[in-house]
Ligand binder design. Structure first.
Ligand SMILES: [Zn+2]
Length: 235
């Protein structure tokens, strides 16, 4: 039972950090998405800036045209063009200013979130180191428990080992103490005659109901005390 407990612990331990790993992956994913969005905004901002630069050139040309206008008609047309270019530049710059401000706030937030994610990553690394230490200890205890178990098995008749292993497979544990005439494996009262046979401690007997190997707790304790009863289920 100790071997099985340690085996279960060794299997389950590495998975203990899965929730933290999932959280980290989620946070990282969100952060990456926001960074990508910020990258797109930056591309858009550059494009808009290029347009503004080009419009400024066009404004200069329009202003030259205005200065060179020879009559009222030319003057009127050039003047409208200058006005349109100015308005277009003002609008675009206002939009650019807004977007730049938002991008700046996002950059600050992303820097702070980067730090948070880094914190979670460090926490995970620390926990992983701790888990690795625990796992090493379990593995070493497991090796010891297996050694003790195999030595014990070496002293038991093969037929009983087969019965024992079958019971473990079917019922979880193979050996049950009997207390006050009741099998602690299935909680059935044993026939009084069987209870008396158990008191003699001369033969290995099984419970008629659950088929577990049974022993009278009080007698075994007298014999092997102070060692705990072998195979006694955890209550
Ligand atoms: Zn039983």
């Amino acid at each position: 039972m100790k071997v099985r407990e340690l085996e279960t612990a060794a299997t389950q331990l590495p998975a203990r950090l899965d929730p933290l790993r999932r959280d980290l992956a989620k946070l990282q994913g969100m952060l990456d998405a926001e960074k990508a969005k910020l990258g797109e905004t930056e591309t858009w901002r550059k494009t808009q800036q290029d347009l503004v630069d080009r419009e400024r050139e066009a404004l200069k040309a329009a202003q030259s045209k205005l200065n060179a206008s020879k009559n009222t008609k030319e003057y009127g047309a050039a003047s409208r063009e200058v006005e349109n270019k100015r308005k277009s530049i003002t609008d675009r710059e206002a939009e650019l200013k807004k977007v730049t401000e938002v991008a700046s706030t996002s950059t600050t937030q992303l820097t702070s979130r980067d730090k948070d994610v880094e914190g979670v990553r460090n926490e995970l690394a620390e926990s992983e180191a701790g888990i690795a230490d625990q796992l090493n200890e379990i593995i070493s205890n497991l090796a010891e428990a297996r050694k003790v178990r195999d030595e014990a098995r070496g002293k038991v008749d093969k037929q009983w080992l087969k019965t024992y292993d079958t019971l473990v497979g079917k019922r979880g544990y193979a050996v049950a103490p009997v207390i006050k005439g009741v099998c602690q494996g299935c909680h059935m009262a044993l026939p009084p005659q069987l209870n008396n046979i158990l008191a003699r401690m001369e033969s290995i007997e099984t419970c008629p109901r659950c088929a577990r190997l049974v022993y009278r707790k009080e007698f075994l304790e007298q014999v092997v005390a102070p060692a705990p009863a072998v195979g006694e289920p955890k209550s």
